[in-house]
Design a protein around this ligand. Structure first.
Ligand SMILES: Nc1ccn([C@@H]2O[C@H](COP(=O)(O)OP(=O)(O)OP(=O)(O)O)[C@@H](O)[C@H]2O)c(=O)n1
Ligand SMILES: C[C@](O)(CO)[C@H](O)COP(=O)(O)O
Length: 222
């Protein structure tokens, strides 16, 4: 049986700005998507990779296919892109799948390993970091209240699942989920929390490119 990685890369990166989507912008000597793919290609326990591309980006799909990566068409939202990617993995002997944002190029080997290890015992597992800062509510530039931080986590990807179970969960979900953990839980699946990493940021806003660039250059000794 095979553990697959499903990289969702069909977003437009509107919050990050720039002339083209954030996954194609270069940091630390390569496009964001390339760093993300390499993290999974170089992990010895990942047997198959699929990437989901926006229809405007599909011409770039041939180069991915040439290196053995399956290519799926992006959907109108993240969940639809995930469903298309899961379908592209059907019939390939996949029993576990790690669903990862292309916009998290600094994912570490340890985070990937932690998710895979937890899937030996649980149907779902995902990395997260406990919230350590105090939390406030605010309005119009002033603090209006405080929020208990106990038991709160910052979610990351890759979010890993037993393949058949997450396919069924996505097929049954009405839509609007923030991530695949929400979809899985709606279907009654248990999802274990495994250690995330501060470096596993999602490039979301313009300033995130520099931070990811610094992390990757430091890791590669530049
Ligand atoms: N229709 C969509 C929307 C998002 N994604 C992917 O889901 C992840 C979610 O991260 P996010 O920061 O929300 O990405 P974008 O949708 O690209 O960003 P924005 O919301 O700023 O436009 C990204 O890897 C993105 O490429 C996708 O595959 N298909
Ligand atoms: C899947 C995710 O990365 C978990 O942190 C996140 O939900 C992606 O989308 P968002 O729009 O930035 O919340």
């Amino acid at each position: 049986m095979t553990t697959a990685a499903l990289i969702v890369a069909a977003g437009r990166g509107r919050r990050a700005g720039g002339p083209f989507p954030k996954q194609w912008r270069e940091i630390a000597g390569a496009p964001v998507a390339e760093h993300t793919l390499r993290a999974f290609e170089e992990h010895g326990l990942i047997g198959l990779i699929a990437i989901v591309l926006h229809p405007d980006d599909l011409t770039g799909g041939n180069a991915f296919q040439a290196r053995g990566i399956r290519v799926a068409h992006g959907g109108a939202d993240r969940a639809e892109s995930v469903r298309n990617g899961l379908a592209a993995l059907a019939g390939q002997g996949v029993d576990k799948v790690l669903i990862h944002d292309v916009a998290r190029p600094c994912v570490t080997r340890d985070v990937i390993s932690g998710v895979i290890a937890a899937l030996e015992d649980e149907p779902g597992a995902a990395p997260a970091l406990a919230v350590t800062d105090a939390l406030w509510q605010g309005a119009n530039g002033f603090v209006t209240g405080t929020q208990d931080r106990a038991g709160l986590y910052r979610a990351q990807t890759p979010q890993g699942f037993h393949y058949d179970a997450i396919c069924a969960a996505h097929a049954a979900h009405p839509g609007g989920a923030a991530d695949d953990v929400e979809v899985a839980r709606a279907a009654g699946m248990r999802v274990a929390i495994v250690p995330g990493d501060e470096d596993n940021l999602k490039i979301t806003l313009p300033g995130d490119f520099d931070r990811a660039d610094r992390i990757l250059r430091a890791r590669n000794g530049h």
